[in-house]
Design a protein around this ligand. Sequence first.
Ligand code: PMP
Length: 434
Amino acid sequence: MTSIPPINPAYANPPEWLRESAPHVWLPYAQMQTVPMTLPAVKTDGVRITLEDGRALIDGISSWWTAAHGYNHPHIREAVTKQLEAMPHIMLGGFAHEQAFRLAKRLADILPGDLAHTFFSESGSVSVEIAMKIAVQYWINQGVRGRRHFLSFRGGYHGDTLGTMAVCDPDEGMHTLFKGIIPEHLLTDLPKAADAEEVFDTFLGKHANEVAAVVTEPLVQGAGGMVFHPPETLQILRRACDRHNVLLIVDEIFTGFGRTGTLFACDRAGIVPDILTLSKALTGGTMALATTTARPHVFEAFLSDDPAKALMHGPTYTGNPLACAAANASLDLFEREPRLDQVAAIEAQLTRELEPARAVSGVHDVRVLGAIGVIEVDSLKDTEWLKRRFIEEGVWIRPFANVIYTTPPLVIDPGDLSQLTGAMLKILDEWAKI
Ligand code: PMP
């Protein structure tokens, strides 16, 4: 017997299609027995999400950090529509098409350093899995045995698939629940200060012969609680990987495309990883697409007369033309429109407007980087209550772990951003008094 989840008090009259179908959709990150009914959304436009009852919410999350240009940007819509009419999909095994090939070339032009060879997939987790496979096979193809492990960091998050769970923070990645199922790798703290370099270097040196690659998020550990680290951390990792001949995988799935203030977070640190992953804002929040891009020395380790040295990976929808058309159009917008200036303005406004939160009881830290504004509290008491209050205030903010944060679309105007920060402060104040 399936049961209908309870009605969300923030949404009193769900439409019939939602009431009837709710038990059939297994929602993300949700305890289905207690999850409140989710909000029926019917339309998006710019920074607004319209609900079925006509209310519009200002989006403070950008649909899990994807909608960099806001929703329904006409340029992306036109590009996808044109591609839809001509050729929605064609397999990349045997056919070339302009959108994927142009996109790979354009990524090579804008990614840091000589990152130049792109493999397409459809989700961030899969792009990290591919990066991990490439790293392991890179060593095997060169006759090096034993490099079967990864080194990753406490607080890190790289996806929900079995392979990527193994490089997430154990507490976030459910290592305990899946112990014995997912492989165990090496885990340590990110070297955040200059004096941590020696400790990290010694640790990597000790394990170098078993490590295929170090895996990290750059500048921000997103799903791990929006925790920032300085650009020097990435420089320390790059130096240690060079010294011990270990590959460096940088996961820019969250940070890529301006979120931290530069087009890529690696740009701020001036480092070039051996492999870099992208997704989320790659299509401006329109379609599912992810990339894994390697530098020439990595790519060349797969070139051989021996077919077995090829990368044996090929998702059905790899290089989907619609998604690649959306990504090309999104890149046009990054070229033509002042996104990075907008991020700088958002950063200044968030810094100014979130500052008063420091004085609220229970607030542990307030921090801003690019278009990421975070209020960290000692512990969140009731996230459902918070979500409901934000909806009542006309904004979409989704607190998790111990953070109330916003990652708005990069095109948000100052008035709408003030509504987001105003709601964050107002509800934080109410929350502190509960
Ligand atoms: N890496 C990072 C840094 C992410 O933030 C995420 C998604 N939150 C992923 C990987 C996984 O991406 P996806 O959800 O598209 O599989």
